[in-house]
Design a protein around this ligand. Structure first.
Ligand code: SAM
Length: 347
């Protein structure tokens, strides 16, 4: 969506995202401080909990570690508040447009299955005030403001390109009906729709506020999606109705058992020969000990309670257990991020 922020809102969003860039040199200094204190791959503890304590103790007198912790805390607490304040400045002029975009070909309805998994309200993911439904226009606030004026400024190039390009790992172009789990504000959904314009597209998410923005995005682009408020583990849909079940960066926000349940549900929903493609964050098995410690640091301080169990899950084994064949679990294009698991339901 095109819109202009007021000067104060734009400046405060950009201040926060520039602050994130500014922490880059501090991270390098923390790495150097670790080395200076004798912490490297040979001395870092094998056990992760022990390693976290070991690093914290060693960095207790590191000014760079203290500064990084302070700036991270400031961003964690404030990014949602700053985005909400930037929205408040333009709310009056924006609301008629947002309301109008709720009318159109894309619909939102309750999922026949589970509305909201019990873990969903256990934490405010990303430490965003109130979580995914914490603001009446959270879909706009997260999808447009936090994504475009905060996250995207820290990504070189097109932040949505990976969502589009990951679809190239799929072996088919003839999907007739696609189901997306964790539609949120529709960032991945839009790329799926553009890549497979002939396919019927359904999506689910337990957050009504996020789906409302996906609906606006779809209507603005004259796209006809069926969106359902509910959980990807238990959809309640009939079996074998889809050719592709897919998700993008959802798995690190749910327990490992929920990922396994979503793979089983995907298998049930797929027609024979149908494909599953779930994309998520780097697996801990692909990182060295220092890399895992940094991932944990970012997850714990960034409001990601399920990241460790998610990143530790063997996705290939989970996909095979669900019944999939031709399974691939690997970093995209030989890298380590994003990480995807692909599988095919046998004919
Ligand atoms: C990081 S966002 C995903 C973003 C989106 N797929 C994209 O590419 O931008 C994670 C989304 O997963 C949703 N979610 C969490 N648990 C879920 C579940 N059990 N079933 C479906 N969606 C879920 C959250 O509400 C949130 O909107």
């Amino acid at each position: 969506m095109e819109f202009d922020l007021k000067q104060r809102g734009r400046a405060s969003m950009h201040f926060l995202s520039d602050l994130a860039v500014a922490t880059g040199p501090l991270r390098k200094q923390v790495d150097a401080d670790m080395l200076a204190r004798g912490l490297d791959e040979s001395t870092l503890a094998d056990d992760l909990d022990e390693r976290l304590l070991q690093v914290d103790a060693a960095l207790a007198d590191s000014p760079a570690a203290a500064a990084l912790a302070m700036l991270g805390e400031y961003s964690g607490v404030n990014h949602g508040r700053v985005a909400a304040a930037a929205f408040a400045e333009i709310e009056a002029e924006l609301l008629p447009r947002l309301k109008a975009l709720e009318q159109g070909p894309t619909t939102i309805e309750p999922l026949p299955g589970e509305a909201r998994p019990d873990y969903f309200d256990r934490a405010w993911i990303h430490r965003t005030t109130g979580g995914w439904d914490g603001h009446p226009y959270q879909g706009f606030v997260h999808g447009e403001l936090i994504h475009r004026h905060y996250v995207a400024r820290n990504y070189p190039g097109d932040i949505y390109a990976q969502r589009r390009e990951i679809l190239s790992v799929l072996p088919r172009r003839d999907y007739r009906k696609i189901f997306e789990i964790g539609t949120s504000s529709g960032n991945y959904t839009l790329q799926i729709a553009r890549t497979f314009p002939e396919a019927e597209l359904w999506g689910c998410d337990p957050s009504p506020r996020m789906l409302e923005h996906a609906q606006r995005i779809a209507n603005e682009n004259e796209l006809r999606w069926r969106l359902f408020v509910g959980s990807g583990e238990k959809t309640g849909f009939e079996s074998e109705g889809f050719d592709l079940v897919t998700s993008y960066i959802v798995l690190h926000e749910i327990p490992a058992e929920a990922t396994k349940a979503q793979l089983r549900e995907a298998f049930r929903l797929l027609r024979p020969n149908g494909d599953v493609l779930f994309t998520d964050v780097t697996r801990y098995a692909a990182l060295d000990k220092k890399g895992v410690r940094w991932a944990e640091y970012t997850a714990v301080n960034g409001g990601e309670p399920f990241w460790r169990e998610a990143a530790s899950l063997d996705l290939a084994a989970a996909a095979r257990e669900a019944g999939f064949v031709d399974v691939r679990s690997e970093g995209f294009r030989g890298g380590i991020y994003p990480w995807f698991v692909y599988g095919r339901k046998p004919a």
